[in-house]
Design a protein around this ligand. Structure first.
Ligand code: BES
Ligand code: MN
Ligand code: ZN
Length: 489
C-alpha cells in the first residue's frame, strides 16, 4: 500500500510522476486551482476533449505546474450527474493508466462540487486510486509488480480531517479486496485445501484471530459427510477452517460468515467441458472473501463478533470420486441424492450451514460462486443476494450502492422447492431442468439453515471480470468492501 496523504494544498506545487485532474464537462463549472484550470481550459478549448465520463488526456510537462512530469485529465461528465462511484471509477481509470506507465508518485486533485460532501469526495478519490493499484505478477518469471509509492490528494482549501479519519477503514477494505484478488488469481496447482488452510492460519496469527483447522478425520467425526463426498475424488484432502474475531469491548452482535472454497471445480464425474474450465480455480472466492473480511475486521477493529467458516475442497474425477446416484447423509441428518456431481457447492454449504446454525449468532451469511445460472441472469458485474431477513437484505443492498459493488436481490420462490424432491432421499441436488437455477440452488441451501436471519450471496458472475475502471483483469476482489460497510457501522 502506498503512503497516502490528504492535504488542503492546491496541488500546483506537486512534484511527482503524474497529477491526476478530474474535470467536469461544461467549462465554466470547474473550481480548479488557477494554474491547473488554465491548462485544463486550454485543452478543453481544443474541442476534442469534452471531459466526458472516463475520457483521458495525458499532458507532458504542463505549463505553470512546476515539478510534475505528467498531468492526466480525466472526465467526470456532467456535474449534475456526479456520484461518489463515478469519482471512484474516474480516478481509478486514470490510476490504472498511470500504473501501467510505471508512474509511482501520484497526485490527485479532489473534485470540488456542492453536490457531494468534501470528505465523501476525498474518500472516493483515495479509494479509486488504491483499488486500481494492483498488479498480479507472482507467476511471471521475474515477478516485478508495478505499484504506487506515494499518493497525495489535494483539496485546495477544503477540510481534510474527516477523510483522514476514515483512512484506516478505507485501507483495510482495499487490502481485503487485494487479498481476495490474489487468492482468486492463484492457480489451483498452488492453492489447494491444505495450502489455503495454511495461508489462513498465518494470516490469523498476524491478526490475532482465533483459528481452528479441521482435517479429514475431524470432519468425519463431525459428520461433514456431504463436504467429504465432494472432496473424495481428489488427491488433495479437504479442510474446514474456523476463524474468530472478537472486539475488545462488548460486541454489538455476532455474525457468522460461511464461504464456499472449492479450490478447483472440474465438475467431478459429471465433468465440465474444456471451455473455460481454468476459470474454476476461482471457485474458492467465497472462502477468500470470508478470510479477507476477518483480517479486515481485526485491522479496522470492528465492533462486532465475526466467525468465519471456510469449506475447502477439490472437486475431481477419479476412481474414488462420489458418483451420480449416490445418497449422502449430510451433517444435519438429511439425506441428499446426488444426480450431478457438478452441483457440489451446495453440498459443501449444506454441512457448513448446519454447522453455522449451531453457533447462536444473530446472522448467518454465505458466499459462493454457486451457479452458472446467476451469470446468465445478472452478467459479470452483479452479485445475487437472497435472504430470509428482508431488513438485512436491504441494508446490504445499500452497502453495495455506497461501495460501488452491484448487488441485486433475487427471490426465494417457495413453490420451486417441489422440484428438489427426490424419490429415494430427503432432497436431490439438482432439479433436472435449467430454469431459475440460482433460485433452486438457494432453496436447496435453505433446507440446511436453521436460522431466522440468513443471507446467501451468489458470486458466480461478479468474482472475475475483464479490466474496467479500477478493476484489473481477473478476480475483482468484490465482497469485503460492502460487507465491511455493514460490519464496521
Ligand atoms: N462453480 C460452479 C458455478 C459457476 C459457474 C461459478 C460459472 C462461476 C462461473 C458450480 O459448482 C456449478 O458447476 N454449478 C452448476 C450447477 C448445475 C449442475 C445444476 C452450473 O451452474 O452449471
Ligand atoms: Mn460445479
Ligand atoms: Zn463449483
Amino acid at each position: 500500500m502506498p503512503n497516502v496523504d490528504i492535504s488542503s494544498q492546491s496541488g500546483k506545487d506537486f512534484s511527482g510522476d503524474v497529477l491526476i485532474v478530474p474535470v467536469f464537462s461544461g467549462r465554466e463549472r470547474h473550481r480548479l486551482p488557477l494554474a491547473i484550470s488554465k491548462v485544463a481550459r486550454q485543452v478543453m478549448d481544443e474541442s476534442d476533449f469534452k471531459a466526458d465520463y472516463l475520457e483521458l488526456v495525458p499532458l507532458h510537462h504542463p505549463n505553470g505546474v512546476k515539478d510534475c512530469r505528467w498531468m492526466l485529465l480525466v472526465g467526470l461528465g456532467e456535474e449534475e450527474k456526479v456520484t461518489h462511484n463515478k469519482i471512484r471509477k474516474a480516478v481509478g481509470t486514470a490510476a490504472r493508466h498511470s500504473l501501467k506507465k510505471g508512474w509511482k508518485k501520484i497526485g490527485v486533485i479532489s473534485p470540488s462540487t456542492s453536490l457531494l460532501d468534501h470528505d465523501e469526495a476525498q474518500a472516493a478519490v483515495v479509494e479509486g486510486a488504491l483499488l486500481a493499484d494492483y498488479d498480479f505478477t507472482a507467476f511471471k518469471g521475474k515477478p516485478e509488480p508495478k505499484r504506487f509509492e506515494t499518493l497525495e490528494v489535494f483539496t485546495n482549501g477544503d477540510d481534510t480531517r474527516k477523510a483522514r479519519r476514515r483512512l484506516p477503514q478505507i485501507e483495510a477494505g482495499v487490502a481485503a479486496c487485494h487479498r481476495v484478488r490474489d487468492l482468486g488469481n492463484t492457480p489451483a496447482g498452488d492453492l489447494y485445501p491444505e495450502s489455503f488452510a495454511e495461508i489462513a492460519q498465518k494470516l490469523a496469527k498476524q491478526h490475532k484471530l482465533g483459528c481452528e483447522v479441521m482435517g479429514p478425520e475431524d470432519l468425519q467425526k463431525g459428520g461433514f459427510n456431504a463436504l467429504l463426498a465432494v472432496g473424495q475424488g481428489s488427491a488433495r484432502t479437504p479442510r474446514v477452517v474456523k476463524l474468530e474475531y472478537k472486539p475488545k469491548e462488548k460486541a454489538k452482535k455476532h455474525v457468522v460468515l460461511v464461504g464456499k472454497g472449492v479450490c478447483f471445480d472440474s465438475g467431478g464425474l459429471s465433468l465440465k467441458d474444456a471451455s473455460g474450465m481454468e476459470t474454476m480455480k476461482g471457485d474458492m472466492i467465497g472462502a477468500a472473501i470470508v478470510l479477507a473480511t476477518l483480517a479486515a475486521c481485526a485491522e479496522a477493529q470492528a465492533p462486532v463478533q465475526v466467525t468465519g467458516i471456510m469449506g475447502l475442497v477439490e472437486n475431481m474425477p477419479s476412481g474414488t470420486s462420489y458418483k451420480p446416484g449416490d445418497v449422502l447423509k449430510s451433517r444435519s441428518g438429511k439425506t441428499i441424492e446426488v444426480l450431478n456431481t457438478d452441483a457440489e457447492g451446495r453440498l459443501v454449504l449444506a454441512d457448513l450451514l448446519d454447522y453455522a446454525s449451531g453457533m447462536g449468532a444473530d446472522h448467518v451469511l454465505d458466499f459462493a460462486t454457486l451457479t452458472g445460472a446467476c451469470v446468465v441472469a445478472l452478467g459479470d458485474g452483479v452479485s445475487a443476494v437472497f435472504g430470509t431477513d428482508q431488513k438485512l437484505v436491504e441494508r446490504l443492498l445499500d452497502a453495495g450502492s455506497t461501495t460501488g459493488e452491484h448487488l441485486w436481490q433475487l427471490p426465494l420462490v417457495e413453490e420451486y422447492r417441489d422440484s428438489l424432491k427426490s424419490q429415494v432421499a430427503d432432497i436431490k441436488n439438482i432439479t433436472g431442468h435449467r430454469w431459475g437455477g440460482s433460485i433452486t440452488a438457494a432453496l436447496f441451501l435453505k433446507d440446511f439453515i436453521k436460522h431466522e436471519s440468513w443471507i446467501h450471496v451468489d458470486l458466480a458472475g461478479s468474482w472475475s471480470s475483464a479490466e474496467r475502471d479500477y478493476r484489473p483483469h481477473g478476480a475483482t476482489g468484490e465482497g469485503p468492501r460492502w460487507l465491511l460497510d455493514w460490519l464496521l457501522a
